[in-house]
Design a protein around this ligand. Structure first.
Ligand SMILES: *Cc1c(COP(=O)(O)O)cnc(C)c1O
Length: 381
């Protein structure tokens, strides 16, 4: 090589011998190079386990997927660009024209929307079932039912589901069960251990933990489903940036710390709100007295920072006044980060009025309680 342009164009990415860091390296790649023609021609065979093309994964992707599989207790994990993409991936893998899928009435809104629009257009039928169905889910099965979606607790209204009962009924008919486990993560609920076939989570929430990335994951109980998920993700052209993987990896060591702290603070907040004269309904399953506490106590190991409530004076003007008086809880969508947030949503029909959702962050709990107490004090009761 005699020209500097050739030297500059050559590969520069050897990992130096003897370099050991606690931090995961960030590897960017579209092209992967091969030592000989035989390896090049056989590259597809290692698409699920090794390196063949950037889309199939770099060491950074594998490091995150591996850690998430450990978090899920031995599952096999595929990374996708968002929580919603994880839901679309499971549907795309399992459902085709003529198939039928069941969704609880408490399901995350965009899951319902994508089922009603894209999947309906592609010939997939759906039925919405009551989140309280439990073993009675069997009443909703049809000849062509392939999949039951679950979500517990629901991320606005916090209804819980009897997952083991739903799994037993579905598996008796060879129907798969998927869960949106974003609320609890596998630290709170070991969905795969409970028999669920596919556990999805929005890493955007607690795993990322700092409100600065979007990513999703699907974990499957068995290797064969994992391969099929990976093939489907490839067909859909899903790809996740290694920079985002790095951020998600950075969230993992503090995941338990953050969730334990946010859970403890949210429990204090729920106890405070429960006794406040301005509050009508409070939704937080870890709180004794919540309508779903029995399920939470039976199946879950950890809570989180997300709770919701209604005001007795449930008009928008009153809600605007309350939100404007808050200083530490800022108005914003999404949750799972270290910052305290508040969101306002219309209640699901037939209920009317507004639901207020608090995400309790890592700020000192006494400051958070004072913030909410002062803002509620500004309201007429
Ligand atoms: C946020 C969220 C999602 C979607 O995650 P994105 O990464 O924002 O697409 C899915 N399910 C639940 C329960 C969520 O809260």
């Amino acid at each position: 090589m005699t020209h500097i342009s050739s030297t500059l164009a050559q590969q520069a990415s050897d990992i130096p011998e003897g370099f050991a860091s606690l931090s995961q390296g960030v590897f960017h790649a579209s092209t992967i190079v091969f030592p000989d023609v035989a390896a090049f021609l056989h590259r597809q065979e290692q698409a699920h386990t090794g390196y063949s093309y950037g889309q199939n994964g770099t060491p950074t992707h594998y490091a995150l997927a591996h850690k998430l599989s450990e978090l899920e207790g031995g599952g096999h994990t595929v990374l996708v660009p968002s929580g919603l993409a994880a839901i679309v991936l499971v549907n795309s893998m399992l459902l085709g024209a003529g198939d039928h899928v069941l969704l609880p009435d408490s399901i995350y809104g965009p899951t319902l929307t994508v089922t009603q629009t894209l999947f309906a257009k592609w010939g997939v039928r759906h039925t919405i079932y009551p989140n309280d169905a439990g073993a009675d889910i069997a009443n909703f099965f049809e000849e062509t039912t392939r999949l039951v979606w679950t979500e517990s607790p629901a991320s606005n209204s916090m209804e819980m589901q009897d997952i083991p009962a739903i799994v037993a009924a579905a598996h008796a008919r060879q129907i798969k069960v998927a869960i949106d486990n974003t609320w609890a993560t596998a630290l709170g609920f070991r969905a795969l251990d409970a028999g669920v076939d596919f556990s999805i989570q929005a890493l955007t929430k607690y795993v990322g933990g700092h409100s600065d990335l979007l990513m999703g994951a699907v974990s499957a109980r068995d290797q064969a489903s994992h391969h099929e998920l990976r093939s489907t993700a490839e067909l859909l052209g899903y790809y996740v940036s290694p920079d985002e993987c790095f951020l998600a990896l950075r969230g993992l060591p503090t995941l338990a710390l953050r969730m334990e702290r946010q859970y403890a603070s949210a429990l204090r907040m729920a106890e405070f709100l429960q006794n406040h004269a301005a509050i009508d309904q409070l939704h937080y399953p870890p709180l004794p007295g919540d309508a779903y506490h029995h399920l939470w106590k039976r199946d879950f190991k950890l809570g989180n920072g997300l709770l919701s409530f209604t005001l007795k004076q449930n008009e928008l003007a009153n809600i605007e006044k309350f939100v404007a008086a808050l200083k530490l809880f800022t108005l914003g969508n999404s949750w799972g980060g270290v910052h305290s947030l508040i969101a306002v949503a219309p209640q699901r029909a037939p209920k009317t009025g507004w639901l207020l959702r608090l995400h309790v962050g890592v700020e000192h709990v006494d400051d958070l309680l004072e913030d909410v107490s002062v803002a509620l004090g500004a309201l007429e009761i």
